[in-house]
Design a protein around this ligand. Structure first.
Ligand code: HEC
Length: 227
């Protein structure tokens, strides 16, 4: 195979008139699997503006997938509730977006898709980690998070009783402590979108961030002086 006529990458040739061995794609052909007929699915844009609907029907499975992917890829910076106070931010990263501001509460779904696809400011894109469908599932889950953090008593349909946690605990056979105030880890956050008190106890103090680790051969003495 070594000794046979072939085109070596990036080398020229006298065979084609333009002298290039690497050929341009044949006009009007599309590689298998790259047709992308549904423009909205791939761009989130309708007539140049971010659209506000799912490109495919939202199912419980897709929502669960969105939750799972969000918890893997987004919580380190945005936290489990999406207020932008994740562990990386607590350790000094630029504050990530808070999904519960008025602007993002009313942002169209396509905006979240677009941020994941192209990145946003200091945030890298997640196009390589999340498939197109996964990005939509995460966008839908962010919408659910927004609703969950902004729920009011009046959201429960009239006539339906709101059960106390104590009742839930005894019905489900859970320990009575289930109904007591929970101490949430700081990544689960205590803030509410409008800043009002939500009765959740303050976050556990995780203590100061650990000092930067020195790599094997580094001189500890010197490292300390520069800090
Ligand atoms: C490494 C940290 C990090 C991760 C992980 C991360 N983000 Fe962000 N995100 C940021 C930062 C920082 C900003 C604010 C960017 C700025 O203002 O420059 C931001 C902003 C945003 C915004 C707000 C955009 C706007 O219009 O203000 C959205 C939406 C968002 N991120 C979605 C996501 C989603 C969805 C994921 C998971 C797929 C994710 N982010 C993962 C750091 C992160």
């Amino acid at each position: 195979m070594h000794n046979q006529p072939k085109f070596v990458p990036q080398r020229g040739t006298s065979f084609f008139a333009d002298g290039r061995s690497a050929r341009p794609q044949v006009v009007d052909t599309v590689a298998r699997g790259q047709l992308q007929e549904d423009a909205y699915l791939y761009t989130g844009m309708i007539d140049g503006k971010e659209g506000d609907m799912m490109p495919f029907p939202l199912t419980a499975t897709a929502m669960a997938r969105g939750q799972e992917r969000f918890n893997i890829y987004c919580t380190p910076c945005h936290s489990r509730v999406g207020n932008g106070d994740g562990m990386i931010v607590q350790r000094g990263y630029r504050p990530a977006g808070n999904f519960h501001t008025a602007r993002l509460m009313s942002a169209p779904l396509g905006h979240f898709f677009s941020v994941m696809t192209h990145g946003y400011g200091a945030m890298p894109d997640y196009a390589a980690q999340l498939t197109v469908e996964d990005r939509w599932a995460v966008a839908a889950y962010i919408r659910a998070l927004q609703l969950s953090q902004n729920a009011k008593r009046s959201d429960v349909p009239a006539g339906e009783a709101v059960q106390s946690l104590r009742n839930v605990a005894s019905e489900e056979g859970l320990p009575a402590t289930f109904a007591q105030p929970w101490v949430m880890p700081s990544t689960a956050v205590t803030g509410t979108p409008n800043g009002e008190d939500n009765g959740i106890p303050a976050a556990v103090n995780m203590g100061p961030a650990p000092a930067a680790r020195t790599t094997g051969a580094a001189e500890p003495q010197k490292m300390q002086q520069t800090r």
